[in-house]
Ligand binder design. Structure first.
Ligand code: GDP
Ligand code: MN
Length: 396
């Protein structure tokens, strides 16, 4: 589950990570009220207005702007809320902005130069350990840094049994070239950041930039936080943070029906039981020259109602030119699935795209006969390859 910047910052702050402070606003009036509140609390006269969408690179797309007085707060908030924000990380049509974060300006002049860093916490899948990835090159997109100046990216692997150790936090601060107060602040920052990551069951914390202010404070100016969905059962309070407007509409609908669905780019709709078989089916479609339009695991109980729900979801994607149903009848009997397919088909009236059904396992022969005798425009197959060949044939 991805969070908005302001939600991520709330979590960080609750673990003692210093953040650029702000309030979220849904319209220009709320933005002005938020700015006044911030001025009262922090003394700031300038504010940054930041579009809250699930995409990075907002600054480049005009979604992060500095306001030097309340009139500008009102104008800029009015302009950003409601806009279609296009950034290097969104599609060409962009994302609609429903709210902004009105934040204190933290790039104020002072005794020393401000400096931006990059700090993230994530899982190193190779070693199975969490690591802190950090760089002196903050504020830029990290893929570019990795390509052009990979020696400026550092990592610190954390032993899960001990958590982050003081010498590791000091090494981070040292490699970032800090000294004095800023050095101490950074050790505290990464230590609390790492603790927050572990305790919130996150799968990604990306803070870009982490700012050293002109008075040597270290704080999170941005926050990209992803919480591991599998942990949500023990973070009931995070469930409210989910913003369905930011997610794929088809995926949300499929989720509500209990279907495991991931939208993809291709033209062959897949309906499969079991994630492993679904992956293998996608491979086979590719080998046969097609491109899967989705990943869809209908789960163990592939009855008529579920099959119909799955059909409807798959057919919402206009790119789908064929549907491959690949079910292994282990717990569920193939003849029941076949009947489910037939009932669902009849219920739906006409389905414009060719359907290839491969049922294997318990009662596969009865199932094949049911499909073949149904009189419906559905092709049956017994072997995996045979099914793929039929898909290829209908795609031409
Ligand atoms: P992103 O573009 O989506 O990554 O959004 P960020 O939250 O990282 O903000 C983009 C850029 O806005 C930052 O890299 C900063 O340079 C700038 N910015 C953010 N906060 C402030 C601020 O308080 N004052 C000023 N002057 N610039 C800011
Ligand atoms: Mn950023």
């Amino acid at each position: 589950m991805n969070l908005h910047e302001y939600q991520g910052k709330d979590i960080l702050s609750s673990f003692g990570v210093r953040i650029q402070r702000g309030y979220v606003a849904k319209n220009a009036n709320e933005a002005v009220a938020a700015a006044k509140q911030l001025t009262a609390e922090t003394g700031t006269g300038w504010h940054v207005i930041k579009a809250q969408v699930h995409a990075g690179g907002r600054g480049k797309g005009g979604g992060v702007k500095l306001a030097k007085n309340l009139k500008e707060v009102e104008e800029i908030a009015g302009q950003i809320i409601g806009m279609q924000l296009v950034t290097p990380q969104t599609s060409a049509e962009g994302k609609k902005v429903h709210q902004v974060l009105v934040a204190e300006d933290v790039y104020y002049p002072g005794a020393s130069e401000t400096k931006e860093f990059y700090v993230s916490v994530l899982l190193n899948r190779g070693t199975g350990r969490n690591m802190i990835m950090y760089s002196t090159e903050g504020g830029m997109d990290i893929e570019t840094v990795a390509e052009e100046t990979p020696h400026l990216i550092f990592t610190e692997e954390i032993n899960p049994a001990t958590g982050i150790l003081p010498f590791q936090a000091r090494r981070v601060a040292f490699n970032l070239g800090l000294e004095g107060t800023a050095f101490k602040e950074m050790t505290k920052f990464v230590t609390n950041l790492y603790t927050a990551y572990v305790k919130s069951d996150a799968s990604l914390f990306e803070i870009n930039p982490v700012l050293k202010t002109s008075d040597d404070k270290i704080m999170a100016v941005d926050a990209k936080v992803t919480i591991d969905d599998n942990s949500l059962f023990r973070h009931k309070d995070y469930l409210d943070l989910r913003d369905l407007r930011e997610e794929s509409a088809i995926e949300v609908e499929a989720g509500a029906l209990g279907l495991n669905y991931v939208d993809l780019e291709g033209n062959v709709g897949c309906m499969v039981n079991g994630a492993g078989l679904a992956m293998a089916t996608m491979d086979l479609i590719k080998q046969a020259g097609g491109e899967p339009a989705n990943f869809l695991d209908v789960g163990g109980t592939a009855d008529a109602a579920r099959v119909e729900a799955a059909f409807r979801i798959i057919l919402k994607d206009p790119a789908v030119k064929a549907i491959l149903i690949n079910i292994f009848g282990g717990i569920v009997r193939c003849d029941r699935v076949a009947q489910g397919v037939i009932d669902a088909y009849k219920n739906m009236g006409t389905i414009e795209v060719p359907i290839i059904v491969r049922l294997q396992g318990t009662n596969a022969d009865i199932a094949k006969k049911l499909i073949d005798d149904s009189g419906l425009d559905v092709m049956s197959a017994t072997e995996f390859q045979e099914a793929a060949d039929k898909v290829q044939a209908v795609l031409g």
